[in-house]
Write a protein that binds this ligand. Structure first.
Ligand SMILES: NC(=O)c1ccc[n+]([C@@H]2O[C@H](COP(=O)([O-])OP(=O)(O)OC[C@H]3O[C@@H](n4cnc5c(N)ncnc54)[C@H](OP(=O)(O)O)[C@@H]3O)[C@@H](O)[C@H]2O)c1
Length: 330
């Protein structure tokens, strides 16, 4: 099989297409022929080894795993002994987590892994968008902020993979959604269902007072200190990006009733991801969240990348797209 592999941390050029023998599934394992995968922010972190804490997961001096890609959709083409949950020919999708390996023609996953059957009506491209941003946004909104119908939720970084999913999921949960993004993405974000869109270059959302039940900084560009004033009295601030300040604020933020929350969704147990993948696939099948065609990493890769240029900068990884990410079934 062909794989997109790298041996050292560095710019996109460290990734190159190469051949490797087809992997054989062992007992309790499933081999998936990859039809679609994501090139996302976790791949950038694993490829570059930045920020520094990424190396705690991916290897201190050099990457421990050599094939990027943690969200996949495809078809089971071989199973190991004892596998009962899947059969050859099943359409499946899911997340390989820090095992990565999705930027390849075939990937081995555990039968007990974060992989579920994909409804026939959901495309492979939509499926990988689900397992990328939505699998992060859902636990943040549901478990971190306990979003309920009628809540006023602000999503910063609303055009990104996590943010685009958060906009759609917050709407799905019945919230009023205010979405913040760059000027190039306001129409995209409006099309995701946001009730109001703020161009971050024209308006500073943190200047509002007591306005939002939840501020979800999906891009991790703000701080709890800056956002605190804009939160309602018992509001919750969510951020995806760790910092020393947020770790301290996790402990102190209860004072005054406003909370700061950070989660590390990639580190959740596979057993916890499985019901979320099924929930999200069901929501997508019902015509709800999230759609790769309306937002998310898969769509942005297809369109040539967002204006902030991260995907455009990943030349080799985009070439890896053409190996591992083509959607053979639509
Ligand atoms: N904690 C966790 O469990 C977890 C899980 C997944 C991802 N993450 C982290 O979450 C972050 C977002 O991931 P992603 O995959 O959604 O990334 P992404 O697809 O690259 O999206 C990031 C978004 O940030 C926006 N942005 C850029 N500069 C900004 C600024 N100065 N202020 C506000 N927004 C800005 C960009 O949109 P505009 O140009 O339109 O503003 C972009 O769409 C990454 O740092 C990732 O590592 C954390």
């Amino acid at each position: 099989m062909r794989i997109a592999a790298y041996e050292r941390y560095g710019p996109p050029e460290v990734v190159a297409i190469t051949d490797r023998p087809d992997p054989i599934p062992r007992e309790g394992q499933v081999r998936v022929l990859v039809h679609a995968a994501v090139v996302g922010s976790s791949d950038s972190a694993a490829r570059s080894g930045t920020p520094w804490f990424a190396r705690l997961a991916f290897g201190l001096r050099a990457p421990k795993r050599h094939v990027l890609g943690s969200e996949i959709a495809g078809v089971v083409d071989a199973i190991g002994a004892g596998v009962t949950r899947f059969a050859v020919g099943d359409r499946v999708f899911g997340a390989t987590g820090i095992d990565l390996g999705g930027h390849a023609e075939q990937v081995i996953v555990a039968e007990s892994g974060a992989v579920v059957r994909l409804p026939a009506s959901v495309s492979m491209a939509d499926a990988v968008a689900i397992s990328d941003g939505a699998l992060t946004a859902l636990p943040f909104l549901r478990d971190g902020a306990h979003v309920r119908a009628g809540d006023r939720v602000l999503v910063n970084g609303a055009s990104g993979s996590v943010g685009a999913a958060a906009v759609q999921l917050a709407k799905h949960l019945g919230a009023e959604v205010i979405a913040v993004c760059g000027p190039a993405h306001t129409e995209l974000v409006r099309s995701l269902g946001a009730d109001r869109v703020i161009d971050r270059t024209r308006e500073d959302f943190t200047r509002a007072r007591g306005r939002y039940d939840v501020i979800f900084d999906a891009a991790g560009k703000s701080t709890f200190r800056r956002c605190r004033r804009a939160l309602a009295p018992r509001g919750t601030y969510l951020t995806t990006v760790p910092s020393f300040a947020i770790m301290v604020q996790l402990l102190t933020s209860r004072i005054g009733g406003k909370r700061a929350v950070i989660m590390f969704t990639g580190l959740r147990k596979d057993a916890d991801k499985v019901p979320d993948l099924e929930y999200l696939a069901g929501a997508r099948r019902g015509g709800h969240v999230p759609s790769a065609h309306r937002g998310g990493a898969a769509a942005r890769a297809d369109r040539g990348g967002p204006s902030h240029g991260r995907l455009r900068a990943q030349g080799r990884e985009r070439r890896a797209d053409s190996v591992a990410h083509r959607d053979r079934s639509g």
